[in-house]
Ligand binder design. Sequence first.
Ligand SMILES: NC(=O)c1ccc[n+]([C@@H]2O[C@H](COP(=O)([O-])OP(=O)(O)OC[C@H]3O[C@@H](n4cnc5c(N)ncnc54)[C@H](OP(=O)(O)O)[C@@H]3O)[C@@H](O)[C@H]2O)c1
Length: 309
Amino acid sequence: MTILLAGASGLVGSAFARAAARRGHRVVGTVASFAGPLEGLAQRLKLDLADAATTTSAVLDAFPEAIVNCAAVSVPEQCDADPALAQALNVDLPALLARLAHHVSARFVHLSSEQVFDGARTAPFAPGDTVRPINLYGRQKVESERLVHAAAPEFAVTVRAPLLMGNSPGGRRSLHERLLADWAAGKTPRLFTDEFRQPCTAENLAEVLVELCERPDLRGVHHWAGTDLLSRFELGERLRAHFKLTPAQAPLEAVARAAVPEIAARRQACLALACTSLTGKLKTRPQAVAEQLGELQLPPAVREWYFKL
Ligand SMILES: NC(=O)c1ccc[n+]([C@@H]2O[C@H](COP(=O)([O-])OP(=O)(O)OC[C@H]3O[C@@H](n4cnc5c(N)ncnc54)[C@H](OP(=O)(O)O)[C@@H]3O)[C@@H](O)[C@H]2O)c1
């Protein structure tokens, strides 16, 4: 099928393009600022998705059987820094894409976040649980879900994703890429010992999104994550060990949330996700962290530092 992919240059979008192409789909992907190579695209469109008229023309020209929305202002701090741009990308864009999907009778796959929840309990959050976002990013994701499913109830499916690992096109987006860049620059990243996440890789999530393009019977809001819940500090230690670095080469500072209240106030303590509404129905399997680590590559920017150690 022809798939219009918004955000083909992102961590998830780039993985989606590769996964969809492997399955024989024709992917028309949009990029904004990224100029490097991307695999899996039959056509690459450079456009500003905050511009509704340009976006509408691009979708109508492609006349896709599915639209996948991986474009966003995906970092909460960047939403706070430019709320108007974040509103345009995180709320107005998905609402427009859902209306267009309804118009052309296309499947619409939207990405939301675990951050729709407050993270104030340790039990996993299920898709039907009450959402209670504690930051602007989370509030925008809640609003996007509401608008998307109102505009295209018969075509839309939303996946709330967890903290993502994986290999980004620029090599600077995901957790291992940022940690390695910090270590190469001689920094000591601070990671919370009491903030818990259930990560999965962008590559694994992308397989789920491709399946959802092919499964129009699955609608509504669902969760996807890995199988392990662990603290950010433990994840940092696992990444350091995976890349065979010592604490002297790759130092980490363990901190408690209470020590940095201004950051903790805007971040959820524990985001565990119940994923059974999808795991029973898809071929893709959720992965343990050990399996996820095996997919991670050394980003080009740190190779010189790494091989000199
Ligand atoms: N990363 C995570 O840990 C995580 C966790 C949970 C949920 N999510 C959600 O998953 C989705 C994908 O996230 P991600 O991490 O893959 O995002 P990302 O790496 O930050 O990529 C964002 C994408 O949006 C594009 N974009 C941004 N502004 C644009 C504009 N004005 N016009 C056109 N394109 C624009 C970027 O294009 P350029 O790069 O070309 O500028 C890029 O392709 C998002 O909905 C995010 O909220 C992410």
